[in-house]
Design a protein around this ligand. Structure first.
Ligand code: ADP
Ligand code: MG
Length: 238
């Protein structure tokens, strides 16, 4: 079964059409990177899947369930943004468990999920710290921890590493890969970094002006780009 299905998705802001009928089907456990130039609609697509934007046309299915009219918190997704947006006055543990407390999960369940996520991300020793007492990489890990504890069907990442310096970016890229190999959670990962997409993804979606230019494995895109645009985009330095 597909974990995520996007069918003929259209999105307009007033008179401006941003997404022109997007079709993507993502298998359970797959890691899909979404690339394309700035302004092509990557964030809009992700935000629409997350339920942060309404749908103009078409359908979004998560775990086989149509979610067009389902509130974001009930969509079985977790999103990680470029700006970590951690709550400054909350500890790491509180930041990570906040959404679970909102959902009123039993305390033992919350503690269990928190411990497991902290262990996976190497945050166990840092649970009582405040965000300002963390490095950039550690903050990024907390942001991922907040997503992991929710145990979602789909992870949505919107350029999560673009605020980090080059060295840390490479390190975090490896951590994200390891995390995916461990959890196998279906992932849609927006990046403008072609190398990141090529190294992380099972398949890559190349977007251009609100439509899909090509969808394929890294090797297919590299060996057989179907348009000049794809060839130029994949071949260009990040
Ligand atoms: P990307 O993430 O690929 O850089 P975006 O999805 O952020 O692109 O934006 C795609 C287009 O949609 C841009 O032209 C942007 O100006 C427009 N857009 C995004 N959000 C809004 C909004 N809330 N209102 C109006 N236009 C928007
Ligand atoms: Mg964007």
């Amino acid at each position: 079964m597909s974990a995520l299905e996007v069918k003929g998705l259209r999105k307009s802001f007033g008179p401006v059409d941003v997404l022109h009928g997007i079709d993507i089907e993502i298998t359970d456990g797959e890691f899909v990177a979404l690339v394309g130039p700035s302004g092509c609609g990557k964030s809009t697509l992700l935000r629409t899947i997350a339920g942060l934007e309404t749908v103009t046309g078409g359908a979004i299915l998560i775990g086989g369930r149509k979610v067009n009219d389902v509130a974001p918190k009930n969509r079985d997704i977790a999103m990680v943004f470029q700006s970590y947006a951690l709550y400054p006055h909350m500890t790491v543990a509180e930041n990570m468990s906040f959404s679970l407390r909102l959902k009123r999960l039993p305390k033992a369940e919350i503690d269990g999920r928190l411990r497991r996520a902290a262990e996976i991300l190497g945050l166990t020793e840092l649970l009582q710290r405040l965000p300002k007492q963390l490095s950039g990489g550690q903050r990024q890990r907390v942001a991922m921890g907040r997503a992991i504890v929710r145990d979602p069907v789909v992870f949505l990442f919107d350029e999560p590493l673009s605020n980090l310096d080059a060295k840390l970016r490479v390190q975090m890229r490896a951590e994200i890969k390891e995390l995916h190999q461990r959890l196998r959670t279906t992932t849609v990962y927006v990046t403008h970094d072609q190398v990141e997409a090529m190294t992380l993804a099972d398949r890559i979606v190349v977007m251009h002006s609100g439509h899909i230019e090509q969808l394929g494995t890294p090797l297919e895109l590299y060996d057989r780009p179907q348009t000049i645009f794809v060839a130029g985009f994949i071949g260009s330095p990040s």
